[in-house]
Ligand binder design. Structure first.
Ligand code: AMP
Length: 280
């Protein structure tokens, strides 16, 4: 497996793979890889002859008081994992490679970028859309793999690729969880043992909503109240949002229906966690 640092080298790799008749797949990550990322790389390998994993802690998607500086960085282990799963390339650019001095160009998906996580993290989705556009332009992937875990991000990126008429297809992979239901996240390392157990309230909120929907409940008010009650059972958990929205627009729905996104974000101590389910 090759470690590539420059955009030009990544593009040359992608074009030669394409010329050799291979489907090029990209798995964008911020590193600190875990089983969720591994599932994306496996999905990519199952559909693509040539897979690149990008590892880039993107400064523009972090707010001024967020965890950019202390975000976990485990580059050597990440490369070993990517290699063991059959990635051909790890793309690990320096910040100046993706944001040359004076870079003044950004991609903003209006409207969507201010909803859910975008409402509580101003500028976050502008940073995400910008870096993913840069990665797509550099890697020219036929397919790019993202986790449903970041469901609002998926909505923003789907709209971006559609609006910009990009040639990359977005593939969304299911949320990978621990045995007790906690969604895997690079940020879980911030949790103390006590906080980790408090964090299970997010999964319980999702379970409560799924159970009610299974019994025919369609009223967003009732479903959100049930989620609030599940989260309220853990006083140390501070809710950021609980939302029942159309997955494409991230606008609240009047009736829960198959395909509706139920999403929750909450603070456990100083760690902000997100989780969701798409109603069936
Ligand atoms: P990150 O490194 O946190 O930016 O995540 C990189 C990609 O991995 C994103 O598309 C995430 O949605 C995805 N991802 C993160 N956690 C999980 C998980 N538990 N299950 C599936 N995909 C995930």
């Amino acid at each position: 497996m090759k470690i590539v640092l420059s955009v030009n080298e990544l593009r040359a790799w992608s074009r030669s793979a394409h010329a050799a008749g291979k489907v090029v797949g990209l798995v964008p990550t911020m590193g600190a890889l875990h089983g969720g990322h591994a599932s994306l790389i496996r999905a990519a390998r199952s559909r693509c002859g040539a897979v690149a994993v990008s590892i880039f802690v993107n400064p523009t998607q972090f707010g001024p008081h967020e965890d950019f500086a202390r975000y976990p960085r485990t580059f050597d282990a990440d490369c070993a994992l990517a290699a063991s799963l059959g990635a051909e390339v790890v793309f690990a650019p320096a910040v100046e490679e993706l944001y040359p001095a004076g870079a003044a160009t950004f991609v903003e998906v209006e409207g969507l970028s201010n909803r859910l996580d975008g409402a509580s993290r101003p500028g976050h989705f502008r940073g995400v859309a910008t870096v993913v556009a840069k990665l797509f332009i550099a890697a020219e992937p036929a397919l790019a793999f993202f986790g449903q875990k970041d469901a609002a991000q998926v909505a923003v990126l789907r709209r971006m690729t559609s609006d910009l008429r990009l040639a990359t297809e977005i593939v969304v992979c299911p949320i990978v969880r621990e045995g007790d239901g906690l969604a895997l996240s690079s940020r879980n390392v911030y949790l103390s043992a006590e906080e980790r157990s408090q964090a299970l309230a997010l999964g319980r909120a999702i379970g409560a909503v799924e159970a009610l929907v299974g019994h025919g409940q369609r009223d967003p008010g009732v479903l959100i109240e049930a989620a609030q009650a599940a989260l309220g059972g853990e006083p140390a958990v501070r809710v950021d949002y609980i939302a029942l929205v159309d997955w494409a627009t991230l606008e609240p729905v009047e009736t829960a229906a198959p395909g509706t996104l139920f999403a929750v974000a909450a603070w456990v101590g100083s760690t902000r966690l997100i989780d969701n389910t798409v109603l069936s």
